[in-house]
Structures are given as structure tokens and as C-alpha cells.
Design a protein around this ligand. Structure first.
Ligand code: DGL
Length: 271
């Protein structure tokens, strides 16, 4: 089985694209909604929570896990890969590597903006990894601490949310007016991508393109499975998806149904 993990609803934006490109596999989606957001937490805390989720998903039968969360990918992935898992039994992949492989080819000005959680920005992972791909890139990062809490609370279409969307968009394009590629470096942000684009248009920056990660990650996973038939063969293929949350299952199911556009049932679990 393939496990897809996020602190909350954000990973659904990745799961949706993965299932579109790879519908034949069985998936378990786990949202740690009870402890979201992760983005403002310490390294130790994010690592511990992510490891608990990884162990839980392995016990459920996952042999491949996607950390569909930039914060967990930035703060916990490497330690987990190096110290906590046996790669013969389990592979854990993140969302930062596939994203930085694609982004440099999308910018004409070579000025890239990254909108992400405070944790992801503090890790500096995007700047380091993007500059490794292309050392002529100018990377500007901005932490958007209010966006995930608003999305988790279902308030992302409210007037209050619009205020914070306008605020962070204005800040990043002001910091570097030459940015033409704005990476949504948090898997929650596609849920407000239209509103971000509307703010860019209002600021007369239609030329500045926002990039969500879903398709990029899905494409990279497809390629990974093609290159690793020994892992691919272990995966169950009946096209099923189970949704698990550490918070209220009805609340999760309602939000997920709305977002995925198909009825979803969810189960509450304790990690
Ligand atoms: N969706 C997660 C990410 O991509 C983080 C959200 C959070 O702060 O919990 O970074």
C-alpha cells in the first residue's frame, strides 16, 4: 500500500493528483489534524510527530510512504531515512526534491518566490536545494503563518483569509519585483491558489505564475515506480483509498468530500 501523510488536509491536494495519474494502487491517507499545524512547531516536535505517523502507516501495511507535507519533508525526512527505517522494508519520500527539480525550468527571470510555513522557510531547504539545481537562481522565501490555520479551520474563503492572502502576496512581490514563478511550498496552499492568483492579478502581476506541487509530485512518483519495479511489485492494486484522521472523522470526511468532489468516509485513529 502507498501511504500519503500530511499534518492535515493539505496532502489531499497531492493525493488527488497521485490518484489521477496512478489510479490502480491502494492508498491510505493520514491527516494528523488533531496536531495541525506543524509549520510553527520545533524541529524535534515535527520529527517526533512525523515518525509516529510513518510507524503507524507501516503497521497498516504501507511499504511506500509519501510525506505530502513540505514541513515534514524539510524537517524530518532525512533523519527518518537515515536513522529510523530499513529501506528493504519501507521507502519514505518527500515533496521538496521533486519540486526543486522542476521549478528552475519554469522561470524566465530566474527570480523565484517560495511561499511556505515558518518551519519550511526556517529550514532554508528550498533555497539550498533550488540553488543546487541552478546557482544563478535568486530565491526569496516568505513564511505565511496564518494560511494553514485558516485552511484547517475551514475559514480560507472568509474576508479575514482574504486579508492575509493579500498581505503575504504583496510582501513577496514587493521584496523581489522580478519574481515570475511563485512556488506554493506548502501542500495546503492549492486550496487558496485561485485567491492568490486573484491578488496577483489585482496587483497587475498576472505575469507571475503560481506553481502547485500535486502534478509534479505525482509525475515524480510515477517515474520512481517505473525505476523501482521491486517496490512497485509489492504494492496492492485494487484502486482503494482509506482516509484516516487523528481528529474528528465526520469533520474530516466533510472537508475531504468537498475538496475531492467525491464522497469520502473517514476513520478516527490514535497514533
Ligand atoms: N501542508 C504542510 C506543508 O506542506 C504543512 C502544514 C502545517 O503547517 O501543518 O508544509
Amino acid at each position: 500500500m502507498i501511504g500519503v501523510f500530511d499534518s492535515g488536509y493539505g496532502g489531499l491536494t497531492i493525493l488527488k493528483q497521485i490518484r489521477e495519474q496512478l489510479p490502480e494502487y491502494d492508498y491510505i491517507y493520514l491527516g494528523d489534524n488533531a496536531r495541525a499545524p506543524y509549520g510553527t512547531r520545533s524541529f524535534e516536535c515535527i520529527y517526533r510527530y512525523t515518525l509516529e505517523a510513518v510507524r503507524f502507516l507501516q503497521q497498516q501495511g504501507c511499504s511506500l510512504i509519501i510525506l505530502a507535507c513540505n514541513t515534514a519533508s524539510a524537517k524530518a525526512l532525512r533523519t527518518i531515512q537515515q536513522h529510523d527505517i530499513n529501506p528493504d522494508e519501507l521507502r519514505v519520500l518527500g515533496v521538496i526534491r521533486p519540486t526543486v527539480e522542476v521549478v528552475p525550468s519554469l522561470t524566465l527571470t530566474k527570480h523565484v518566490g517560495v511561499l511556505a510555513t515558518p518551519g519550511t522557510v526556517a529550514s532554508d531547504s528550498y533555497r539550498i536545494e533550488l540553488e543546487k539545481q541552478d546557482d544563478s537562481l535568486i530565491v526569496t522565501q516568505l513564511a505565511c503563518p496564518m494560511w494553514v490555520p485558516l485552511i484547517e479551520a475551514g475559514e480560507h474563503k472568509s474576508d479575514g483569509a482574504q486579508y492575509f492572502i493579500r498581505k503575504y502576496v504583496a510582501q513577496i512581490i514587493e521584496r523581489d519585483p522580478l519574481i515570475d514563478t511563485l512556488l506554493l511550498g506548502c501542500t495546503h496552499y492549492p486550496l487558496i491558489q485561485n485567491a492568490i492568483n486573484a491578488e496577483l492579478a489585482a496587483a497587475r502581476r498576472r505575469d507571475c505564475r503560481t506553481i502547485a506541487q500535486g502534478e509534479i509530485v505525482a509525475h515524480s512518483l510515477k517515474d520512481y515506480l517505473f525505476r523501482h519495479p521491486e517496490i512497485e511489485q509489492k504494492l496492492q492494486k485494487s484502486g482503494e483509498c482509506t482516509y484516516l484522521t487523528t481528529d474528528d472523522s465526520d469533520k474530516f470526511a466533510d472537508a475531504a468530500t468537498l475538496f475531492l468532489g467525491a464522497h469520502v468516509r473517514a476513520e478516527h485513529v490514535e497514533l
